[in-house]
Design a binder for this molecule. Sequence first.
Ligand code: PHE
Length: 339
Amino acid sequence: MIDKIKEHIARVEQFTASEMGEIEAFRIEYLGKKGVLNDFFAAFKSVPNTEKKEFGQVVNQLKDAAQDKVNALKEALEKKTVNKNIYGDLTRPAEPVALGSRHPISIVKNQIIDIFSRIGFNVSEGPEIEDDWHNFTALNLPEYHPARDMQDTFFIQTDPDILLRTHTSSVQVRYMEEHKPPIRTISPGRVYRNEAISARSHCFFHQVEGLYIDKGVSFADLKQTLQYFTTEMFGKSRIRLRPSYFPFTEPSAEVDVYWGLETETDYKMTKGTGWLEIMGCGMVDPNVLQNCGIDPKEYSGFAFGMGIDRIALLLHQIPDIRMLSENDVRFLGQFKSVL
Ligand code: PHE
């Protein structure tokens, strides 16, 4: 009988199982009420006294081995199951990934960049914290020039020389200082003006300014370029240039595009005139070229500047400029673009 028990011990030690059902069947076979062990315990009575001691020891050995085996197999199986859970149910359908959408400002900015890059303009950028020279003085706006009041300025701390740029014309100054003509560049970016915040205006907004400098650039070139732009951007080719004033251009003009008066929205957008004002422009003042190290006797050029936010409001019928900086995903999620 003792040999039989020892055989069982060997079998128990070799046993393996990878499923809970198999382990449970094994446990019942050995440790259950009607299991192998209980049979041996029941047989204890009929074992001759001389063998009782050894018999008892071997049966207990078998009991421990069976119990240890069951515990070890269960533990291993649990570990495996936990690992499986890291990956979850691999057959489950995937979670839908929410796609982001582009900000309306970026959409309009990218459209403008795309249109001008097709006629040879590159993109230039500069710092938002500027010095007086690049934002004002080089642009023909010396200290105490009354036109400085046209753009209410945020100054950095108490240093009147350091400010938040009021237009991206400052980037054009930097570009002219670093590059020789021919120059064809557009400068998109955020600008700041100390204005009361309302549905129509904000203390920061975005611009794209353009600059073209070469030999013999004329006002006709400017007009042609602007017409190309409005045709590509809005599908409207009828424009008019109204005389205006900017310190850095001479002559200067305000550009209107004929939007038309076909729908009620057209009436609202154009205040019943059919015309929309979209940007400022002019021939670069010779003083500005001189300030930036370009000989005005040899070169001439034109510049223009437009606000991206206003165009975005117009194109997407957005009623309040503040919506552009509130980051409400219900608003932002409505914009889709390939650019
Ligand atoms: N810098 C002007 C502004 O911010 C726009 C402009 C640019 C006008 C270039 C003329 C030429 O209002």
